[in-house]
Design a protein around this ligand. Structure first.
Ligand code: ADP
Length: 626
């Protein structure tokens, strides 16, 4: 029979499997059992939802059978089974597999480790077998089919006989080599320990015939062997277990077993609530941002179980968008099994659970921030943006709950600071929480606008994320202290002798600056004496609510209206350029036009804004050079 070739992607993965390193191979069993368990979940759920179908709970199981003589290992399940088409699309291609998408993007250096840690589903069978046969009969079908493959050269699908609905996978275990032992995957005790290690919590019995010994009748000290089918796993789902009996490692391996992520969990919480609504949940905060987190492919949600039966793989309604990075599951006996997805959305119980979970996640993060700052900062690096987004979204509904989770880089601490830390450090005479927005810490550090505030000895928070300023505008104030951008026209600093001087100067330069404003036209709202500059000759600031940083963000968005901040060109009258300006104003209008344009463009550059006509700008510089 001609073989159907695997798709290129599948072929690559298969090759990786075949050449994977030895120590990782044992996870194939976990992967196959987990697929079986999913398949039984699907059948169980369908059966429960259809009153015409009766069922016997004992008929759902997984059975593992080694055969040393034939060198085969069989994994049988009474799950939903696969039709011919499903065999073809599920096992012939791995297009949809999340694992593979991940591999496509990240593979190269450490394929081996990825396989070891996470497995990649069905194909892992080829790590221990040189031939795999799948016989399956789908629920509701009379016919069965056989899928067979011995690796990279493709597979065949033929008709087969199978009495019961479900799937039977037979692995032809590889022969031992000089330095590799495959026999162990045919040993009862080895298999038993693998099942215990990786699949103990599977809710359906994993059965295996085990060799037992008993005393011979009528004979002392003589024993005989007999075989007995045993259920190997404890079947208690981890979320139903007592927290005290579980270790961090148990939670971490459950995370991997469930393929929640390709990283390790940073932290977890195990919740049992027994009040107005009853549920158990295990929630994880991943260590790293998933590679597809900011793509359309990423789906948020928690697994949803109703009294131990999986009813939805990713229930999005359980998580607010800003906590979309949280992984895990919820099991509640208060949810009806036959509930449809549409009704579920409006289910009162579910909404209560979701609200409860939202609070629990917030509290957990708060706790983490208090108890393990370094770990929290790892979290913040990956998902801090989400916290800010949470402050900003839903018109600020959640801002109070989230504000203490915010961290910003502090000019004085040279490290991340919470708003509370900032406010606690504020000297008595400081009225506002100052911030400076820019592309990076390095860039903000050089911003002329920060000079005066910094000079006063005040701490400045650096906003380097697009969303920062928007979130802070939503927050408006923290502990009654308003936020103030170092670029805002009024810095709210106490009047001092500078202020008086300033007034005098405003008068003194009124005509010059009015002329410069005329030269610049609509580009600026005003040219003004700067109250904040010390060493730099110019800077831009903004009047009104829209800052220059916000203008940049908004303009970068698709279909942005032509939003523009009301820009003010500030001139440092202590700087020697003022003399040149005065002189030009007095007797060389052409020079004044040139200087004004150069200063304005410099201010744009410092602000990180594009200059309108770079050629004109450089020509201008050349003009003064010659
Ligand atoms: P994944 O489990 O990540 O989807 P796999 O390669 O392990 O990837 O499996 C591919 C698909 O094949 C599964 O999603 C499932 O639809 C189907 N499948 C695998 N094993 C079984 C099984 N024992 N019974 C029914 N369907 C199965």
């Amino acid at each position: 029979m001609t073989k159907i070739p695997f798709q290129a992607e599948s072929q690559r993965l298969l090759e990786m499997m075949i050449h994977s390193i030895y120590s990782h191979r044992e996870i194939f069993l976990r992967e196959l059992i987990s697929n079986s368990s999913d398949a039984i979940d699907k059948r169980y759920y369908k059966t429960l939802g259809d009153s015409n179908l009766s069922f016997d709970k004992d008929s759902f199981y997984i059975k593992v059978t080694p055969d040393k003589e034939a060198r085969t290992l069989t994994i049988l399940d009474t799950g939903i089974g696969m039709t011919r088409e499903e065999l073809e699309s599920n096992l012939g291609v791995i297009a949809q597999s999340g694992s593979l998408t991940f591999k496509r993007e990240h593979a190269t250096q450490d394929d081996h480790d990825l396989i070891g840690q996470f497995g990649v589903g069905f194909y892992s069978a080829f790590m221990v077998a040189d031939e795999v046969t799948v016989v399956s009969r789908a629920m509701g079908s009379d016919s069965a089919y056989q899928w067979e493959s011995s690796g990279v050269d493709g597979y065949t699908i033929t008709s087969a006989d199978k009495d019961a609905v479900g799937t039977e996978i037979t692995l032809k275990i590889k022969s031992n080599t000089d330095d590799e032992n495959y026999d162990e995957f045919l040993e009862e005790y080895r298999l038993q320990s693998l099942i215990k290690k990786y699949s103990d919590f599977i809710r359906y019995p994993i059965k295996m015939e085990m060799t037992q010994h008993r005393r011979k009748e009528d004979a002392e000290d003589e024993y005989e062997e007999y075989r007995e089918e045993q259920t190997i796993n404890s079947m208690v789902p981890i979320w139903r277990k007592n927290k005290n009996e579980l270790t961090d490692e148990d939670y971490a391996s459950f995370y991997m077993e469930k393929h929640y992520g390709f990283d390790k969990p940073l932290t977890h919480q195990h919740i049992s609530v027994d009040g107005a609504v009853r549920y158990n949940a295990i929630l994880y905060i991943p260590e790293k941002m998933p590679f597809d987190y900011y793509t359309k492919e990423y789906e948020k949600g928690l697994e949803l179980y109703s009294n131990g039966v999986l009813i939805m793989g990713k229930c999005a309604d359980l998580l607010p968008d800003y906590f979309s990075f949280v992984k895990g599951l919820v099991d509640s006996e208060d949810l009806s099994l036959n509930i449809s997805r549409e009704i579920l959305q409006h289910d009162k119980q579910l909404r209560l659970i979701a609200k409860n979970i939202k609070t629990k996640i917030g509290n957990q993060l708060q706790q983490l921030l208090k108890s393990d700052r370094a770990k929290y900062e790892t979290f913040y690096e990956a998902f801090g943006r989400q916290v800010k987004y949470g402050v900003y979204s839903d018109y600020g509904t959640n801002k109070e709950a989230l504000q203490d989770l915010l961290l910003f880089y502090s000019s004085t601490q040279k490290a991340l600071a919470t708003l509370d830390e900032y406010v606690t450090r504020m000297p008595d005479d400081q009225k506002y929480i100052y911030y400076a927005a820019g592309e990076s810490v390095g860039r903000i550090e050089k911003m002329p606008q920060t000079e005066l505030v910094a000079d006063k000895g005040y701490e400045i928070l650096y906003f380097t994320d697009d969303i920062d300023e928007f979130a802070i505008k939503m927050l408006m104030n923290y502990k009654d202290k308003e936020f103030k951008s170092v670029s805002s026209s009024d810095l709210g600093l106490d009047a001092d002798e500078r202020e008086e001087q300033n007034e005098q100067q405003t008068e003194e330069y009124a005509e010059l600056f009015a002329e410069m404003k005329t030269l610049l036209g609509d580009k600026v709202k005003e040219v003004r004496v700067s109250k904040r500059l010390k060493n730099h000759p110019v800077c831009l600031s903004a009047d009104g609510d829209l800052t220059i940083e916000m203008e940049k963000v908004l303009r970068a968005m698709p279909n942005s209206q032509n939003v523009a901040a009301q820009k003010v060109l500030e001139i440092n009258t202590q700087h020697p350029v003022i003399h040149s300006l005065k002189a030009a104003f007095a007797d060389d209008k052409e020079k004044l036009t040139l200087y004004t344009s150069l200063l304005y463009n410099q201010a744009l550059l410092i602000e990180g804004l594009p200059i309108e006509d770079p050629v004109d700008f450089t020509n201008g510089i050349c003009k003064i050079m010659v």
